[in-house]
Design a protein around this ligand. Structure first.
Ligand SMILES: [Zn+2]
Length: 450
């Protein structure tokens, strides 16, 4: 109770929002407790000492907020001051309409659906070849949304936790990205389910990372399972809906070459050394060697490769045939002077910003401004000219949730990531905001009084 009183007085001193305190958060009280509690199996969201977490987006009636006149929400059309700009936020790569440039003679290796019992051997190959890739992972592969404790026994008899594969992906310098928790077809689920799949995957992957001792990280890159609805031709009216929903969480990342590795299971191909794939009786299956050759040719015999064009190739670290094809694919690309880059590098190349700046984050932001139109706000200078005067992407979610310029003041610096904690912070005139990607919204954004 004392903690609650202290936290309320702290919040009251900080913000004129007494009805939107951290009661909205599922985390522990805002003030530190002196009890030495045992560490729970899954600690859940943690709000740092001295901080308050972001209240929900200001949706309550103004009267309930007890806002004074200057702090009252502005009408929609005036929400952004004339000196602020909201450039169009990109939707991502590979929508069926629109321009999707890829730098020439550049290859982006992408692996979906992992981690699996093969992932370590994929990482061995990439390390041996000295190239980086992008992994779109699913939390269900960590074996259960609750425990994240799944293990397997490798051929050497070692017990490997799936979550340690996630950590190795990060430690080896690859990019970790979001592929939903349960791998549903987005064209066949509701918008709310779609949001849950994306948000929960980011949260669970981060909880798994934290369990390994690794730093949490945001997953602003998203790939829809099956490429659906864009690459599956499902329901003509669905793509705009899915596009809007995905763009409120991150950048949608498609591909321009499919390795075809997930189209079938070859004879003697397996999901893992200890399990065999489910294949319908009588289903035609290629020979293993034929499938390996097919995967290689999908890249090395493609018109894009022949032309020296940029390539984003879809592969899966869940197929052993892909693993067998990978060294020759890398060698063939390297021999043709292809540069190996990650999707993070693509985003920097195409939009001159890190992916985190181009995505709104896990907390849905209900602004009057269409979500796709609020990539960054710039204060007093044209957008894109002074990073230290901007609030972008996910930090913008927190900024708005805490009351915006009237409560926090203008930005004083660009966001910085603490190399020891992984926490991203940005200083404003009257407070510092922090992003904690391992926490659930709204506690993924916290504020400290300056
Ligand atoms: Zn997939």
């Amino acid at each position: 109770m004392l903690a609650m009183m202290i936290s309320r007085s702290l919040a009251r001193a900080l913000w004129p929002l007494p009805t939107l305190l951290c009661a909205a958060c599922s985390g522990p009280p805002l003030t530190p407790t002196v009890e030495a509690n045992p560490v729970p199996e899954d600690p859940g969201p943690v709000v740092p000492d001295g901080a308050i977490c972001a209240p929900p987006r200001l949706q309550a009636e103004p009267a309930a907020l007890e806002l004074t006149e200057p702090q009252a929400p502005l009408p929609c059309e005036n929400e952004m001051a004339p000196s602020q700009h909201t450039p169009t936020r990109p939707l991502g790569i590979g929508y069926t309409s629109g321009d999707n440039p890829i730098p020439e003679r550049t290859i982006y290796l992408t692996f979906d659906d992992g981690p699996s019992e093969w992932t370590n051997t994929f990482l061995d190959i990439l390390a041996n070849k000295g190239v980086k890739a992008t992994f779109f992972v699913t939390a269900k592969q960590l074996k259960g949304p609750e425990g994240l404790d799944g293990t397997y026994v490798d051929p050497a008899g070692r017990t490997i936790a799936y979550r340690d594969l996630i950590k190795r992906i990060v430690d080896d310098g690859h990019v970790l990205a979001n592929h939903t928790v349960n791998h549903p077809d987005l064209a066949r689920i509701t918008r709310a389910q779609m949001s849950g799949e994306i948000e929960q995957n980011e949260l669970l992957v981060n909880r798994a990372l934290v369990k390994t001792g690794a730093l949490p990280r945001l997953l602003p890159l998203f790939r829809p399972p099956y490429g659906s609805p864009w690459y599956t031709g499902v329901a003509g009216m669905v793509p705009p809906r899915a596009s809007e929903r995905i763009s409120s969480h991150g950048l949608n990342i498609m591909w321009n070459i499919s390795s075809t590795d997930a189209a079938d299971w070859a004879i003697d191909e397996s999901y893992s050394p200890t399990a065999t794939p489910t294949v319908a009786p009588g289903e035609p299956r290629p020979n293993f060697a034929d499938k390996v050759a097919r995967i290689k040719n999908a890249v090395l015999a493609s018109p894009q490769f022949a032309a020296g064009a940029g390539i984003i190739v879809l592969m899966h670290d869940t197929h052993s045939a892909t693993r067998e094809a990978l060294p020759d694919i890398i060698d063939g690309l390297a021999a043709a002077n292809y540069a190996f880059e990650t999707i993070d590098q693509y985003v920097e190349w195409r939009w001159q910003r890190p992916a985190i700046d181009l995505t709104p984050g896990p907390a849905l932001y209900q602004a009057c401004i269409a979500e796709r139109n609020w990539g960054c706000a710039s204060f007093g200078v044209p957008v894109g000219t002074d990073r230290e005067r901007e609030v972008c992407g996910r930090m913008w979610v927190g900024f708005q949730a805490f009351g915006g310029e009237s409560a926090l003041g203008v930005p004083l610096a660009a966001p910085v990531q603490n190399p020891d904690t992984g926490i991203i912070s940005q200083a404003f005139e009257r407070a510092t905001l922090e992003l904690h990607p391992e926490n659930e919204a709204p506690c993924n954004v916290v504020a400290f009084q300056r």
